[in-house]
Design a protein. Structure first.
Lengths: 345, 345
DNA sequence: TTCGAAATTGTAACCGATTGCATAAATTTT
DNA sequence: AAAATTTATGCAATCGGTTACAATTTCGAA
């Protein structure tokens, strides 16, 4: 049923009248091997169709050349970009990726962490789920000193490196921009405030309100799961509001949500940006397609992925400086488009 | 530096005064082991924090419990959905995924195939790149009888199983719908016709034209890379066309492209659907957000991923029927929204 | 009490690559 | 020419789990 047997270094050794040890060394540029011998080994290996057995190697070396990834969602443009960035860097370095996703649940995140630990990944790159409360599932990694890089959704945790943007600043800029456009009642639609990304954006939002002399109204902070249904619900809720209460600006923490929200407002005869100005978050492709085009925060996922991967590789290479890096902040910036250009009527 | 050493079956054996063989058997419900012994083994394994070493096991078993995936692009909602579907099925079955992506290039696809072969994945799930011409890089899998499931972008290849939708029928329905709406000059914007998905949709398009008594005009078939830039270019080109030549309906093979295209048309004061009706492909979230909402073909990525994974698992389990399955067709259907409701003015 | 089948457990040889240490061969030094 | 290095290669143990086969124990039946 199965094809012919695999070629091993023993086969090569037999053919060349050498020992397996020499073949093993020859295959990997060991300095003690005569250059002519090495060439002979390389050539016959190629001819015989040799492929090294990574299990034997892993077993012996106690190293897997594999990096585990835990993301909270696969079906997201942001996450896809991050993955692409990670893939780019790690593939070059000869590492494989094993990807697990938590579907935003703590339980699945923990189960993925366990699985990856079990598979003995050399390192881990992770972004937390919505409802992750404790970090116990990462303890095995801590104990074995397996490096972890968290990105985007992170947590104060005395282990590992964090790759993030300055969410506080981003939240501030988004809100300040709306205020500068003349908005007086700015709503903020966001998700679970236990997650740093949302908590920090809220802080920035509050700070900007204060700096622009606008009062903070807890009623204007809406927390939901950022789903399509939630966007439609939130929009209808706002359409139903009588004029003095209705916000004239909205800062949403996600472009997809903002797009659906905006669309629903329009269908309810609310004008954007005239009646309500909107700022999103992420700079997904959708922001450029929707009408009016969406002002948003550029959140460079691919670069974040690259940085996270690079940091992990440095730690795996044993660069001590990398080991103690706590946080890496990626540049983000406000991109102004039509959805927020508030010309008061 | 590193944490304490790992627990092995030898450690457990020593503690219990048993042989490693018994422990190995006890750990996996071997029938020859006394049930009380098994319980003792299980309990101490748990207490000691044992985790089995998959390399040792893989080495011995010549099996990796890993499935390789090659996709043409990661940053795509369709692909993300497929991956989510695959993940769902394979994780349940205890398989890991190693993901490689070709960025639509033949070269990287081949290099990924080589890498995954080298890593000895038990099976492969793949979608071809834009410019993949030959399938030589899959030969090693054929020779070793490692199962492959191709999805979406497939090719006539005397090995493996294909999971696809009926692109011909989908192309037909999209075009027929436009024709039924009264469109007389229907353009088709698509990608490399060497890929089955595009070639088949084109056939459906041609067939529908014929059935509706419309003549086929090669000028109206535009082939590009479906990028954002290409969409803008195509839209401007059409805006510039004088009236008799300008199409009154467009069937584009991708929602993202269709959305950008539609948007650009609107900016050029072309009305959609009044002047030009549009049908996309995939039913991405964007189709529901853009204004007017996009008529499209529902292409259930998650289900496709699940089916592909299930088929592969069946083949790995050795079900002979599965081995000979050639093609699995997933249901797809036209979803009619505003972008194509052509009310002639 | 004794014998044989069934039920358990142990022995030891794998799987294939790696590497410290020893050995042998080539080269240089005295 | 003998001794000291340097350079190349081989030996054999190791990584941890698996399994064919052997050995031992158990237990009902004769």
């Amino acid at each position: 049923m199965l094809g012919k047997k695999d070629i091993t270094i023993y086969d090569i050794a037999r053919v060349l009248g050498l020992s397996p040890a020499t073949v093993s060394r020859g295959l990997k540029d060991h300095p003690a091997i005569n250059i002519k011998t090495r060439k002979r080994i390389m050539d016959t290996a190629r001819e015989m169709g040799y492929r090294s057995n990574s299990f034997a190697s892993n077993l012996r070396m106690q190293k897997t050349n594999t990096i585990g990834i835990i993301v909270h969602e696969l079906k997201s443009q942001f996450i896809s970009s991050v993955l692409a960035g990670i893939e780019k860097v790690t593939t070059e370095a000869g590492y494989d990726l094993i990807i697990g996703h938590s579907s935003e649940t703590w339980r699945k995140e923990a189960s993925n962490a366990h699985n990856l630990f079990h598979k003995r990944v050399d390192g881990l790159i992770a972004s937390l789920a919505f409802d992750t409360r404790d970090m116990d599932h990462y303890d095995p990694f801590v104990q074995k000193n397996i490096p972890i890089v968290f990105f985007d959704r992170v947590e104060d945790f005395a282990y590992g490196t964090r790759v993030v943007i300055d969410n506080n600043k981003a939240g501030y800029e988004a809100t300040a921009h709306l205020a500068a456009q003349g908005c007086r009642r700015i709503a903020h639609i966001t998700a679970n405030l236990a997650r740093n990304v949302y908590a920090d954006r809220l802080k920035g939002y509050q700070q900007a309100l204060a700096d622009f002399g606008l009062s903070y109204d807890a009623e204007l902070v809406i927390v939901n799961d950022l789903s399509e249904a939630a966007a439609i619900r939130a929009a209808r809720q706002i359409i139903a509001m009588p004029q003095p209460q209705r916000p004239d600006g909205v800062f949403a923490t996600n472009d997809f949500f903002a797009a659906v929200f905006l669309q629903t407002l329009k269908e309810g005869d609310v004008r954007v940006p005239e009646d309500i100005a909107i700022v999103g978050f992420n700079n997904d492709a959708i922001a450029r397609i929707i009408q009016p085009k969406l002002t948003t925060i550029n959140y460079p996922g691919e670069e974040m992925g690259e940085q996270a991967a690079r940091s992990l590789l440095e730690q795996l290479a044993g660069l001590s400086a990398a080991r103690t890096t706590d946080t890496i902040i990626i540049r983000s910036e406000l991109i102004i488009r039509d959805s927020s250009l508030h010309r008061k009527v």
